[in-house]
Design a protein around this ligand. Structure first.
Ligand code: HEM
Length: 412
């Protein structure tokens, strides 16, 4: 392998930006390449769009049940921390069915006004300041407040839930947690989601919720999660708590960072801002392109259940494979001029929400709607926007996050 390749196993690499040159090289020369890990047993990096699709669809060969992040887990950890994501059909199908009805395109579309009202509230308050951190004041606020509404939680709990979500999913960044998983000893928390003590606090919160909703069920997401599964029984308490922690983690910072990347892209491209001013009908395709551009979840992992072959490499049963969505979304064989931000790109079959198959993002319609509505409310208010300080990136090879984006806005 070329010696100039960036170390994609290291979280530090991604603090500087996405190593696009490395992914481009790998797509061309070594599409399924082996990487040793300092703290793990090594993995195959899968970087081409077509191969990421194959893995996502062939769940019998490429299982989720051994874990979906790079971390190797002992059997007791895996069992204690198992959620929807670490299951294969048919168990996965039964559980997902509990909540999937609430996340269809039609059901989510009914929230558009709520999302718009929350967005306007957040944006007007932030823009009145003139100069502010776009991530903390705007992008961070919307997703959790929206998820709180879906779950029937009070708005006043939103900030706390965001902090808990950050501590879990950003467990590799010292700004968000004292327990940085690859730098401190987190053995004490090994049976908790993301090896994070925040999960313990979330579990306590979830226990209160369980008692309350079992006594007074409603139409909200939490009540649905407590209903019997197709197999007949409700989820055991422990599985409910894991599911709740998953929702708080999954529904929170992915959307935040998509909004943050979108803003950063518009700061760099005032011509696109002007185009959206004059052609608001482009917001929908612009949203898809900005989602491709940002690819906030950069990878997920599967484990081979049998010996197989992929992209010219021989995979053995038990090998870990990492699907790099961040590479697939820039694959020249799928996207014309992938490094060009083209808000009228069509087709645009990006894999930002996964590449199809059973685990395709449950919240895809919600994520999309939140990003589009946020943009529809931000852009018309802006005469100009400039970045006033350095952008700070999350220390993670898993989530493509912008932690801080200081801006100055000029209103129309
Ligand atoms: C822009 C925002 C979002 C992005 C980029 C994103 C990305 C993803 C990706 C890549 C997957 C894995 C797909 C696969 O393995 O095939 C996923 C799964 C999931 N997402 Fe999202 N997501 C977003 C928003 C949300 C929201 C708002 C929610 C919840 C309200 C959510 C809940 C979930 C859940 C529960 C899963 C697991 C589904 C399963 O295993 O069956 N996501 N998401």
């Amino acid at each position: 392998m070329s010696p100039d390749l960036a170390d994609i196993t290291s979280h530090d690499t991604f603090v500087e930006g996405i190593p696009h040159d490395t992914f481009r090289y790998l797509r061309a020369e070594n599409p399924v390449s082996w990487w040793d890990e300092e703290d793990g047993r090594g993995f195959w990096s899968v970087v081409r769009y077509a191969d990421v699709k194959t893995i996502s669809h062939e769940h019998e060969t490429f299982s989720s049940a051994q874990g979906i992040r790079l971390e190797d887990m002992e059997p007791d950890e895996l069992e204690a921390r198992r959620t929807l994501m670490e299951m294969d059909p048919p168990d996965h199908t039964n559980l997902r069915r509990l909540v999937s009805r609430l996340f269809t395109r039609g059901k989510i579309a009914a929230y558009e006004k709520t999302i718009r009202d929350i967005s306007v509230d957040i944006i007007d308050r932030a823009f009145a300041m003139g100069e502010f951190d776009f991530v903390t004041e705007v992008a961070r606020e919307l997703p959790m407040r929206m998820l709180g509404r879906l779950m029937g939680l009070p708005d006043s709990d939103g900030d706390w839930l965001v902090r808990m979500g950050d501590q879990m999913i950003a467990n590799t960044d010292p700004e968000f947690t004292e327990h940085v998983v690859d730098q401190t000893d987190t053995d004490e928390f090994r049976l908790l989601p993301f090896r994070s003590p925040a999960a313990r606090e979330l579990f306590d919160y979830a226990e209160g919720l369980m008692a309350e909703r079992r006594a007074n069920p409603g139409e909200d997401l939490v009540s649905k999660m407590l209903e019997p599964t197709k197999a007949g029984d409700p989820l055991p308490d422990h599985e409910f708590k894991n599911f709740f922690a998953l929702m708080v983690a999954a529904g929170n910072d992915t959307t935040r960072y998509s909004i943050a990347h979108s803003m950063k892209a518009l700061i760099s491209r005032p011509d696109i801002l002007a185009l959206l001013h004059s052609q608001p009908e482009l917001f929908e395709s612009a949203t898809e392109e900005l989602l491709r551009w940002s690819t906030t979840t950069m990878h997920f992992r599967r484990t081979a259940t049998r010996d197989t072959e992929l992209g010219g490499s021989r995979i053995k049963a038990g090998d870990k494979l990492v699907m790099w969505y961040i590479s697939a979304n820039y694959d020249e064989d799928e996207f014309i001029d992938p490094y060009e931000l083209n808000i009228v790109r069509n087709p645009n079959e990006h894999v930002t929400f996964g590449a199809g198959g059973p685990h395709f993002c449950l919240g895809a319609w919600l994520g999309r709607l939140e990003v589009r509505v946020a943009l529809e409310e931000i852009v018309p208010r802006l005469a100009a926007i400039e970045q006033t300080g350095p952008l700070e990136r999350l220390r993670s090879n898993f989530i493509n996050g912008i932690k801080h984006l200081p801006v100055k806005v000029e209103l129309r």
